[in-house]
Design a protein around this ligand. Structure first.
Ligand code: PEP
Ligand code: MG
Length: 325
């Protein structure tokens, strides 16, 4: 099968009815980037910067961070890469940073919340990124944003860093785009505002499902009690795709579901045109895309979502559809 997927590597990722679907990789360590050439992915849709911090023995210095990001940019070359700022807290702890005692760490002091409360840490990372991306495009996104205001504040910090570097004569990235992870359900009710404010959106389905269904993503006991192909979840994804498209803001899915062929098929049916996934998923998802009639799966999903009354999963129906096509 791996051989068979390799033969798809250089084919453009386009559905049978001519819809291009961008397939990218999720990465977090430099070694992950070696999969780019091997899979034929169109860049990195999610680079999780916290992994580098988690394997370090102490907080990486500004200079060390800059070298790391330069290595990332060198490795991706001309391909696009979306860098996510530190997503620490919750289950991702830095051994050298004093952890808070929290009753509910998943709902606690984490990600952008730490970044905005301790702007020194966020500023250091942003400055390292801006310096490392001199002369090339830069895409940065912020994790666990719950309100438009948080993103506006994060953007202001980036603008300040850019102005600071420009004042000191540093060359800047040629194009700097700022995005938001859609992974806290409150954003579902601020879609028009966040889609207007952000340059791009990226759906973190792992956390979005966890918070939408109140189901700990790491807890086996409860993890199977919900299905990302249930009507509730699909309607949430559809809302994001629709509102992003209406605003003309690109939206990617970078959670694990984008890497499963049946789920990826549904996401394309709901209107997503870019998915980011682990390297091993790229071949199977690309094979699905090449055989897909996107318009047919859209029509089928619309019909099923309009018809369902019990909130049951559409997985069996979607699997039957996939089998028949
Ligand atoms: C997600 O939440 O879906 C996501 C991509 O981020 P992480 O898995 O790193 O929380
Ligand atoms: Mg997440």
């Amino acid at each position: 099968r791996q051989e068979q997927y390799r033969s798809l590597r250089d084919l453009p990722s386009v559905t049978r009815d001519g819809v291009p679907v961008t397939l990218q990789l999720n990465a977090g360590l430099i070694v992950d980037l070696s999969h780019l050439a091997e899979t034929g992915a169109e860049g990195v849709g999610l680079f999780r910067t916290e992994l580098q911090f988690m394997v370090a023995e102490r907080m990486p210095t500004a200079a060390e961070q800059q070298v790391l990001y330069e290595t990332v940019f060198d490795a991706v070359g001309d391909r696009p890469v979306t860098i996510r700022t530190l997503d620490i807290g919750g289950d991702k702890v830095l051994p050298y940073m004093k952890a808070l005692e929290e009753e509910n760490p998943a709902l606690g002091w984490r990600a952008i919340r730490i970044g905005l409360d301790r702007p020194g840490l966020l500023r250091m990372q942003l400055r390292a990124l801006l310096k490392a991306a001199r002369g090339r495009p830069l895409k940065i996104m912020f994790p666990m944003v719950a309100t438009v205001e948080e993103f506006v504040r994060a953007r202001a910090i980036v603008e300040r860093e850019k102005a600071h570097l420009a004042r000191h004569g540093y060359p800047l990235p040629v194009d700097c785009r700022l995005g938001v992870m859609v992974e806290v359900p409150s954003l579902l009710f601020q879609m028009d505002e966040i889609a207007a404010e952000a340059d791009f959106l990226s759906v973190g389905s792992n956390d979005l499902m966890q918070f939408l269904f109140a189901v700990d993503r790491e807890n086996r006991q409860v993890a199977n009690r919900f299905d990302p192909l249930s009507a509730a979840a699909l309607r949430a994804f559809r809302l994001i795709a629709e509102r992003a498209a209406a605003a003309g803001t690109p939206a990617t899915v970078c959670g694990e579901i984008g890497g499963r062929p049946l789920e990826a098929m549904a996401l394309i049916g709901l209107g997503f045109r870019a998915l980011s996934m682990s390297p091993a998923s790229l071949g199977p998802v690309k094979a699905m895309v090449l055989g897909l009639d996107a318009a047919a799966v859209s029509a089928f999903l619309e019909q099923e979502l309009a018809r369902t009354r019990d909130g049951a999963s559409l997985r069996p129906a979607l699997a039957a559809f996939a089998e028949a096509h």
